[in-house]
Design a protein around this ligand. Sequence first.
Ligand SMILES: CC(C)(COP(=O)(O)OP(=O)(O)OC[C@H]1O[C@@H](n2cnc3c(N)ncnc32)[C@H](O)[C@@H]1OP(=O)(O)O)[C@@H](O)C(=O)NCCC(=O)NCCSC(=O)/C=C/CCCCCCCCCCCCC(=O)O
Length: 719
Amino acid sequence: MARYELVKRSVALITLTNPPVNALSSPVRHAIAKSMERALSDPKVTAVVICGENGRFCGGADIREFAGPLRGPPLIPVLDAIEAGRKPVVAAIEGVALGGGFELALVCHYRIAHSKARLGLPEVTLGILPAAGGSQRLPRLIGIPAALELITTGRHISAQEALKLGIVDQVTDQNACEMAVEFALKSVGKPLSSRRVSMLTTPCPPDLDALLEAATMQVKKKARGVMAPLACIQAVRAAATMPFSKGMKRESELMTTLFNSGQAQAFQYCFFAQRTAGKWTLPSGAQWNNSKPREIRSAAVIGLGTMGRGIVVSLARVGISVIAVESEKKLLENGRQMVIGMLERDAKRRGVSASLNLLKFTLSLQDLKDVDLVIEAVFEDMALKKRVFQELSKVCRPTTLLCTNTSGLDVDALAGVTNRPHLVAGMHFFSPAHVMKLLEVVCGPRSSSETIATAMSLGKKMGKVSVAVGNCPGFVGNRMLKPYLDQATFLLEEGATPEQIDKALEDFGFAMGVFRMSDLAGLDVGWRVRKESGLTGPDVDSKNPPRRRQGHRYCPIPDMVCEQGRFGQKTGRGWYMYDKPGDTNAKPDPLIQNLLETYRSRYGIQPRNISDQEIIERCLFVLANEGFRILEDGMAARPEDIDVIYLFGYAFPRHRGGPMFYVSMVGLERVLERLEHYHQAHPDVPHLEPSALLKKLVACGSPPVQKWREYIKTMHSHL
Ligand SMILES: CC(C)(COP(=O)(O)OP(=O)(O)OC[C@H]1O[C@@H](n2cnc3c(N)ncnc32)[C@H](O)[C@@H]1OP(=O)(O)O)[C@@H](O)C(=O)NCCC(=O)NCCSC(=O)/C=C/CCCCCCCCCCCCC(=O)O
């Protein structure tokens, strides 16, 4: 787990050997401690260099170990012994020095970094803080403001920034390990006390309280209800106001509180869920590690609406040449200008030049005959999409992959009109597509493993978190959204207000409640979908009772809001009112209050007081209940995939882990009992009826979410 060698006759070279990221697992900590003892006690050794195998210094503590009782030598004494040693120790940082890996570098007396290395204390993103002395040493080394920013955001920094901040002593383009050995030889005999960071005095700004207060306000606003950044601020305060040993004690107390909070588990679950989600499998046995993706050098995007433009930008900025297609000259020109503006702003932000030479704009599908892959992003209309796919089938060479950005239509029906159904898949981006990280890759029953591998790998290349899903209406994300939105509007009928429901969801951790979010997205989109599916509008059978459709409860309030021309922020009116169209400051609107009261009295509904608990339970348990059904139907391979979709596509609060993890934390038995209760009260809402999988899991003793897959295996898989 660590290799020990003597180089240049007097330098002990300790190489961490724990692939893939040289995490500080128990055997690694043990090996470092033993190697240091050996180096310090060997008279031949005058200096030590610590580096990591395979060009990676160290990715930090082994996060998997956090799930069980801590075993092996604790990290802090191992690190303290390095710092206190009487021989100079140099960290040779290549690849990454993150978390505990960065803390390891901080106890070395010198730090040499390769120019491509990245450093950081990302613990806050795992719901914890840098608790191996990082919160106490970094402020001593670089001062409070810079340390506070790095620790509370978990941001990775480049070697160059680390040099500027005074974190590393030298940056090199050459072999960092060899440079560190030379550096170590030169530092022999020099006094070490000023190189022991724990012995430095934290440079304390005069306005410390104001600084910490401002940081507190900022993190409270940015990460509602999240404990870790607040604990990080308290730890940094300790570094500024306490001697090192007391600060370490405070750091440890804060860590214990975070460690025992459900939030740390949720964040760590998210870390692994995100990595698990890339590991797709199809019923044929084809999977991520046995299917080769094709290389995509050129692509086409059809339709330059909001989605199409974002997709063009996402492709071009990773070096793929793109032909963008529109149906009319004016739309094409408008799209071209928007795309160029977006790419230029993006390039400026990243300090690179905009890849405009990769773009071509055209009105003719004939220009697509040589592209490797097409992404159709036209209006959400099956007949139109089928026409496009038929045309593509004729125009593109037979090996071109044809993908659709539909947000819920039948991908296999589109495959069916082509001459290559095996080369058709869904690539469902989320709006705005150049910003949102999620990509649902929709596997049709006829999509080949190569097609899925290519779509997944292209998503990764574009910086997306790609999740493979089955082909059902709404796929995973939007399928689950419907019952969630339904519950919110049913609660309005029963006596709640949009403000009350939004507040309950925002207190839960969502950045925006469902009504504020709908105002932002635009209410007309859902209205059009409801009209097209015959739920509202002139085509509705007049014999239908007013609050029932297709035999189930239906709430027409969203339709009534739209009928008044209230489409959300863009019209200055929606569920809320705004000072003018386009404004974002939502204010409660007495007209909506009035609409709700009139509606309730028209249908004889006696409004009742609804608790925040009921709002959360009805909205979120029904969301997860649909997630269970999706697992039963084999439309998602595992609960982690569903959670990743909700974290990255629907801003589900990360400290809750995603809808499936959240209900597992609440306790499946309780969730089942509450769903049964609500279903009894609302028997005309089928989504409230507990799913078979939920009942099965409860009957099996409510296993942890990571084990659900074993209970799903027997069910029919489309993935
Ligand atoms: C940037 C990366 C390092 C690499 O990225 P990439 O190349 O894209 O590769 P990935 O796909 O992300 O990862 C490859 C595989 O490696 C696994 N992995 C990565 N990092 C780790 C890790 N740190 N631990 C375990 N496994 C890891 C990953 O899952 C992949 O596996 P697989 O192939 O999918 O199977 C990137 O990976 C990255 O960013 N990694 C995370 C970096 C990070 O966040 N590091 C910080 C970790 S936390 C830390 O270091 C904390 C240190 C302080 C410890 C303090 C100890 C004191 C304990 C006191 C406790 C008191 C509690 C008291 C309790 C009580 O009393 O009750």
